[in-house]
Design a protein around this ligand. Structure first.
Ligand SMILES: [Cu+2]
Length: 143
């Protein structure tokens, strides 16, 4: 009886390992939108992102520059940004807690403390608040 229970536990653990391994090895979807500039989800802003230095190296702490404008192109200098994200295919979030270090001019914000600790499909999600409104924007990245 005990043996069967043990075998069941081992099998269940193996099944978990296989499921995780398959998820880790899944290629990103072919039709992933890799645009680095787009309207925010509600259309309040046009948001552009770029790493401070290219290429982005796996495992390295680095910064991104996020540019926030109104649809008419005028820079938004008084936005508050929040940063979230993760790996949709792995079911985990960001390994660090990146944050905006503030406005550096022309609607640009420096987001510090970004680190991607593995290869694959990453999503960066920004929350943007300013007198123009609250909105969100998501960007895909494949490392
Ligand atoms: Cu992952």
């Amino acid at each position: 009886m005990r043996k069967w229970l043990l075998a069941g536990v081992v099998l269940a653990a193996l099944a978990v390992v296989v499921v995780v391994a398959v998820r880790m090895l899944m290629p990103p979807p072919d039709d992933l939108d890799l645009a680095r500039s787009k309207p925010s989800d509600g259309g309040t802003y046009v948001v552009s992102v770029e790493p401070e230095a290219e290429p982005v190296e796996r495992g390295e702490l680095h910064a991104w520059i996020v540019t926030v404008a109104l649809p008419d192109g005028s820079a938004v200098a008084d936005a508050e940004l929040t940063v979230d994200g993760g790996m949709p295919q792995h079911g985990h979030g960001l390994p660090t807690a990146p944050a905006s270090a503030g406005h550096i001019g022309d609607g640009r914000y420096r987001v510090e403390g970004v680190r991607f600790n593995m290869g694959g499909w990453w999503v960066l999600k920004f929350g943007i608040s300013s007198p123009a409104g609250d909105d969100t924007a998501e960007f895909n990245l494949v490392l």
